[in-house]
Design a protein around this ligand. Structure first.
Ligand SMILES: Cc1ncc(COP(=O)(O)O)c(C=O)c1O
Length: 172
């Protein structure tokens, strides 16, 4: 498994019982990631775009180069709404080795509720389903996520407020 430095600790499976070797890339340029893949031949590469905490993003060319390697690429887009970058979620339809993850924590202000979603290639879903813990999303989390989704104006006001707050003060 290949992680870039600063990739959120929740990607680190240290609490699992499986034996996993984690390769951490200190300066995650796309050439460093390609080198790490060639050297260590990981099965999975975790990328975070925008990254936390530095906000850096992965450009299209770099992502394509990494996707052309024989690895599963898990792209965490937790902060995508605040980046101005397009989501890569539609790419999952064309790329059998791409997973894109999103969370309601930032876009809907539901941090701590631990509810999110992802786009997975068809061939992977069956295996994810086998490994999924039962009741991994609580009823409260489900209700909160559905309420957020049914209220797009709330999501736009919340996301827009965060965006403006980050780029120079709250303006309503
Ligand atoms: C980049 C990134 N991905 C994922 C998460 C975790 O999201 P969740 O709150 O849904 O567990 C965080 C939390 O701060 C994060 O910074």
């Amino acid at each position: 498994m290949c992680l870039c430095k600063h990739a959120t600790p929740c990607h680190s499976p240290s609490h699992h019982h499986t034996i996993i070797t984690i390769i951490t890339i200190i300066i995650p340029s796309h050439t460093a990631i390609l080198d790490a893949i060639a050297t260590h031949q990981p099965k999975v590469v975790f990328l975070t775009s925008p990254n936390n905490p530095d906000g850096s993003t992965i450009d299209e060319e770099s992502l394509l180069a990494i996707l052309n390697q024989p690895v599963l690429v898990v792209l965490d887009e937790a902060y995508i709404e605040f980046s101005g970058e397009p989501t890569r979620m539609p790419w999952v339809l064309q790329r059998p080795n791409l997973v894109v993850l999103r969370t309601f924590s930032k876009m809907a202000g539901l941090a701590g509720i631990r509810v999110g979603y992802g786009a997975f290639p068809d061939g992977l879903i069956e295996y994810i389903w086998r490994a999924k813990q039962p009741y991994n999303v609580s009823v409260a989390a489900e209700v909160a996520a559905l309420a957020a989704l049914s209220n797009m104006p709330y999501l736009e006001v919340w996301g827009g407020g965060l965006w403006r707050g980050r780029c120079g003060g709250w303006v309503e």
